[in-house]
Design a protein around this ligand. Structure first.
Ligand SMILES: Nc1ncnc2c1ncn2[C@@H]1O[C@H](COP(=O)(O)OP(=O)(O)OP(=O)(O)O)[C@@H](O)[C@H]1O
Ligand SMILES: O=P(O)(O)OC[C@H]1O[C@H](OP(=O)(O)OP(=O)(O)O)[C@H](O)[C@@H]1O
Length: 306
């Protein structure tokens, strides 16, 4: 089904893998930066939602983040980037394949209530009350659990959809509580709300449909993305050490598979090169120094294939 884009004023995309990216919003900038890092070159004309990639048989399709999981699940689009929250809300998790979690767009879907109202201190206190959200399915599922009801359509809590600025609903009297995404919590607090329950921890995901027309190309994209994520996560650490201390040093930092060890032009000494997770780097360097490593150098990795 993907590739059957019918609009005669648009270029033919039937031989191209369709790759959906959010057209605006929170994920837009990071998606564009990721596309650039994985070597996808394109030129998007103003007001055009399709852009041909010049160096690969791919067409980018710019869509609202909230719709991408549905397009991918239905097979109209081959692969795409969207939030886990959207995949779950659009009930497409069984019809899409999660290729890679991308580590950006991280936030929580939370039940929120007016902070000043002592009677609404927990999610249970909102059972049977009015909830406003853009995530009606996930909200109904959560309240069905709280109410002990199997069928989310049979809950007594009233769940109403609004498309944005959800935090305004309590202050304006439309709701007793809301369900919305929270990252820093600034928007929630500015609206006088506090979180009483977490429904989901979410982040962006690269997804594909179940019937890929371009499996090799999709795999290339997946590997490139994994490579960029690994490059962000790791640094390359090089040091010299006497061979007799090598075993201890390898225990401190063993690399993704094993370190590269090269004989130095000095008796009994070796040079070691190893990938280390950025977040543990400082303490690993301390330990290596303690064991006797010298000339410890850290190099940034700009890209990898892992
Ligand atoms: N504050 C946030 N921090 C991190 N990720 C977020 C945040 N808000 C939303 N997201 C992620 O980005 C996705 C798209 O949210 P966004 O608010 O950009 O939606 P949109 O409606 O497409 O854009 P807009 O708000 O501009 O209309 C969400 O489903 C979620 O995965
Ligand atoms: O916890 P915070 O860091 O304040 O982020 C949370 C806000 O971010 C999202 O909205 P966004 O700003 O993307 O706009 P929207 O309401 O138009 O979707 C979300 O819907 C919250 O309103």
């Amino acid at each position: 089904m993907a590739g059957t884009y019918i609009n005669t004023s648009l270029p033919d995309v039937s031989d191209r893998m369709l790759f959906a990216v959010p057209k605006k919003g929170r994920l837009y900038d990071q998606c564009l930066s990721l596309l650039s890092n994985i070597g996808i070159e394109f030129n998007r004309k103003p007001r055009h939602d399709i852009a041909l990639v010049s160096n690969m048989p791919i067409a980018l399709v710019f869509l609202p983040a909230a719709d991408i999981a549905t397009y991918v699940a239905k097979g109209n689009i081959d692969i795409g980037i969207t939030g886990l929250d959207i995949i779950r809300e659009s009930q497409t998790e069984n019809d899409v394949v999660e290729l890679v979690r991308l580590g950006f767009g991280k936030c929580k879907l939370q039940v929120q209530a007016p902070a000043a109202d002592q009677r609404l201190a927990t999610a249970e206190d909102l059972v049977g009350k009015r909830i406003v959200t853009s995530f009606i399915n996930l909200t109904r599922q959560r309240f069905a659990e709280l109410e002990g009801v199997d069928d989310p359509t049979k809950i007594k809590t009233q769940v109403r959809f609004v498309s944005g600025s959800v935090e305004a609903a309590c202050g304006l009297g439309l709701a007793d509580g809301i369900v919305d995404l929270v990252e820093s919590g600034d928007t929630m607090r500015a609206a006088g709300l506090h979180a009483v329950d977490t429904i989901l921890d979410t982040e962006s995901v690269l997804i594909s449909n179940n019937h890929l027309r371009f499996p090799k190309l999709a795999e290339t994209i997946r590997q490139r993305v994994e490579g960029i994520l690994a490059a962000r996560k790791y640094v390359l650490c090089q040091y010299n050490i006497e061979r007799e201390h090598l075993e201890k040093a390898v225990k401190v930092a063993s690399g993704r598979k094993a370190p590269t060890v090269t004989q130095l032009d000095q008796d009994g000494w070796v040079a070691v090169s190893v990938m280390i997770e950025r977040k543990t780097l400082a303490s690993k360097m301390d330990e290596l120094k303690e064991i006797g490593a010298t000339d410890i150098l850290v190099l940034q990795i700009s890209n990898t294939r892992v």
